[in-house]
Design a protein around this ligand. Structure first.
Ligand code: NCD
Length: 320
């Protein structure tokens, strides 16, 4: 079992809730210091040399898995990604036995994505004291590093976080990303958080989180500074949520026409993968307000920051 974490320091990262404002901004500032590393000719610092990072992805992933891998490489860690589809999990090995075996290989940091909410917390609860666990998405529960890279991207465009109106559009019900984003935006003190989408895809009691709820996208978009679109997570739906994807796009999709409701300087975000013509029009996804690919680039620096701080390797200013 892991010991109680030291207050104010990053231990495991399972969710945004409970992080604390100071640590949130320390993570963002550390990511800022790593950003130049990810862009220069030699994209490496020796901070995690000798450490072993394991990526354990029980669900499909392109951006999250690759950027976690890259982040570990940029920090000079040894990193390997278990191909779960071809691992002993398929032969009935339990999560606990998988963990014990990875620990026997002297791993230091485990990055977990799993379809069950609470899976990352399970690993954290059973990990050896020196092992750190990072949640790369568990069921509908949380995706904290995505929320951090989203907040990081917002802050690079609009440092005046306390002034911002942010709209999160679409399938909030099935979105671990939205849950973590709302927690991060609240902790960062943004002025207004709105969610917009069909009632069938908005979880109950959102208002109790201090969020404004709209089932009319036009209203949700009025004068906002940041628009976050979400993928329609049809793999998590049992049916009955929607008439059709075409109808969804017609009523709720982010089109150029709807974008005009927002502030003229508004940025458009999406965690990916994008379903073009479902939650967002191609012209908007590829348009001049879109920062979607910047989110991906920033994901490397943010995940470097999370890994470095979780393993207690704080970068000296000269290393940035
Ligand atoms: C998200 C996820 O897997 O939670 N993707 C991501 O990590 N960038 C969102 C999604 O699948 O729609």
């Amino acid at each position: 079992m892991s010991p109680a974490p030291a207050p104010g320091r990053l231990h495991h990262l399972l969710q945004i809730e409970g992080l604390g404002r100071e640590l949130l901004f320390q993570l963002l500032d550390t990511a800022e210091s790593f950003l130049p590393v990810t862009q220069r000719a030699v994209k490496k610092v020796p901070l995690l040399r000798g450490k072993t990072v394991v990526n354990l992805f029980f669900e499909p992933s392109t951006r999250t898995r690759m950027t976690f891998e890259l982040a570990a490489e940029r920090l000079s860690a040894d990193v390997f990604s278990l191909d779960v589809a071809h691992s002993s999990t398929k032969k009935g090995e339990t999560l606990l036995d998988t963990l014990r075996n990875l620990e026997a290989m002297q791993m230091d940091l485990l990055v977990v994505r799993h379809p069950l909410s609470g899976a990352a917390a399970f690993f954290a609860a059973h990990a050896a004291p020196h092992v750190r666990v990072l949640n790369a998405g568990d069921g509908r529960h949380a995706h904290p590093t995505q929320a951090l890279l989203d907040l990081f991207t917002i802050r690079r465009h609009r440092p005046d976080l306390g002034e911002l109106r942010v709209a999160i559009l679409g399938d909030v019900l099935h979105s671990r990303v939205a849950r973590s984003q709302i927690a991060a935006l609240r902790l960062a003190g943004v002025r207004e958080i709105r969610v917009g989408g069909p009632r069938t895809l908005l979880p109950p009691a959102l208002e109790s989180l201090g969020v404004q709820v709209f089932d009319c996208v036009e209203q949700a978009l009025a004068d906002v500074d940041v628009i976050i679109t979400l993928r329609l997570q049809q793999e998590r739906m049992q049916g009955g949520h929607l008439p059709s994807t075409a109808e969804y796009f017609r009523r709720f999709g982010l089109t150029e026409q709807r974008l005009r409701r927002a502030s003229p300087e508004a940025i458009v975000m999406h965690p990916g993968p994008i379903n073009r013509g479902v939650e967002i029009a191609s012209e908007v996804a590829d348009g001049e307000r879109s920062v979607i690919l910047e989110q991906v680039s920033n994901g490397v620096a943010v995940r470097m920051a999370v890994m470095a701080l979780a393993l207690g390797a704080e970068p000296a200013p000269a290393e940035a």
